[in-house]
Design a binder for this molecule. Structure first.
Ligand code: MRU
Length: 357
């Protein structure tokens, strides 16, 4: 299965499995620059500074990063290997706290080590590379399925609104929220997409508008505070967003501003769909209040993207990277396993079993 943006690789391993290669998303849309990373510090920095971002993509990048760094461990002792593995895992997990995919991917890698304590270190190192590749391959399949389920909810010619970037750049291929749009594009659905610019880091303007246009999707960029206006005009028939962590009751953390879009959608009677892989569901997290929300540097609000500072010096700034959309505002949650409708505490899939539809 090929994808219209297949030439754009968000994250991959080099042939020898010794380097992680990422498309530097902070340089888009002007330049497509690929970075080669091989130390834990480089990988941590790339995730923290959003050179690679989006919940599934940071999970894949961290898994690749861990595999690459573990390959550099020189010991024949399993105990020493495990100790260094643990340090690397803890360090990479500290790069961004909200997206559960990061921790889920690192935990999967840890299981590989623990399950193969009897093997020579070199073989464990090779299995870590294989597992990281598997995480990426599974993500491609999951995103495609999410796209198919999502498309079943949409009709040709619809106007769609999305927030942040939950597209090809945020995953391995297709995206989550944008996957139905790409599949629809392949089938001439003729969607029109409104992309929220997504203050303060402009993922909508820099990334979503970029990749949608590159794929030939009809796209209009709006500032975040224009969403109500386009909804009021009747131009939006569905909202599609991604997710960084879905709590057991369906409360969903996603890019800051998402909950406001959900409130608007409810006001105007527009369905609000959350799309993401089951690796984003955290069944250990009962509700949105239990989700740790990352707070980022004030400069992202006051200075970044401006030619000169646009706020008084020393002004107090609150810069949460995510917010939580209460489950009551979500029409359906679409994963690779199907479409879950409320009550989500009963319908969200648990690992390994298809519960719903
Ligand atoms: O801070 P970011 O750019 O990593 O935030 C990304 C989002 O909020 C996405 O919507 C989410 O990770 C889903 S990506 C398929």
């Amino acid at each position: 299965m090929t994808h219209i943006l297949a030439g754009l690789r968000t994250v991959r391993l080099n042939e020898k499995g010794e380097q992680v290669i990422i498309l530097d998303q902070t340089r888009l849309p002007e330049k497509e620059i690929y970075l080669t990373l091989s130390s834990a510090e480089e990988i941590w920095e790339a995730i923290y500074h959003l050179k690679v971002r989006g919940a599934p993509a940071i999970g894949i990048a961290a898994a690749y990063g861990l595999a690459v760094c573990c390959k550099q461990i020189k010991t024949s002792s399993f105990e020493l290997f495990l100790e260094q593995f643990g340090q690397l895992k803890t360090y990479l997990a500290s790069s961004r706290p909200t997206a559960v995919n990061l921790m889920a991917a690192l935990n999967r890698m840890e299981q590989i080590v623990l399950n193969h304590a009897d093997l020579p270190i070199e073989q464990i190192q090779n299995r870590l590379i294989t597992e990281a590749e598997l995480i990426r391959e599974e993500d491609v399949v999951a995103c495609r399925k999410i796209g198919e389920f999502g498309l079943s909810l949409l009709r040709p010619g619809m106007g769609l609104l999305t927030h942040c970037n939950a597209g090809h750049l945020a995953v391995s291929a297709y995206g989550t929220a944008l996957a139905p749009i790409y599949l629809g594009e392949e089938q001439n659905y003729g969607f029109h997409v409104f992309a929220d610019e997504t203050r303060p880091l402009l993922q909508g303007a820099r990334l979503t508008a970029y990749e949608l246009m590159k794929a030939g999707v009809s796209t209009t960029l709006i500032c975040d505070n224009m969403a109500s206006s386009v909804m009021q005009k009747g131009w939006v028939q569905a909202v599609l967003v991604g997710c960084d962590r879905i709590a057991a009751n369906g409360d969903t953390a996603n890019k800051i501003g998402t909950s406001g879009v959900a409130i608007l959608a409810r006001h105007y009677g527009i369905p609000f769909y959350v799309l993401g892989p089951t690796s984003t569901i955290d069944h250990n997290c009962p509700d949105g209040e239990s989700i740790e929300i990352e707070e980022r540097h004030p400069d992202e609000v006051t200075t970044m993207w401006y030619e000169k500072r646009m706020a008084p010096r020393d002004v107090s700034v609150f810069n949460p990277a995510f917010d939580v959309t209460p489950h009551q505002l979500i029409t359906a949650i679409i994963t690779e396993k199907g479409i879950a409708y409320p009550p989500f505490s009963e319908t969200l899939p648990t690992n390994g079993c298809d519960l719903f539809l």
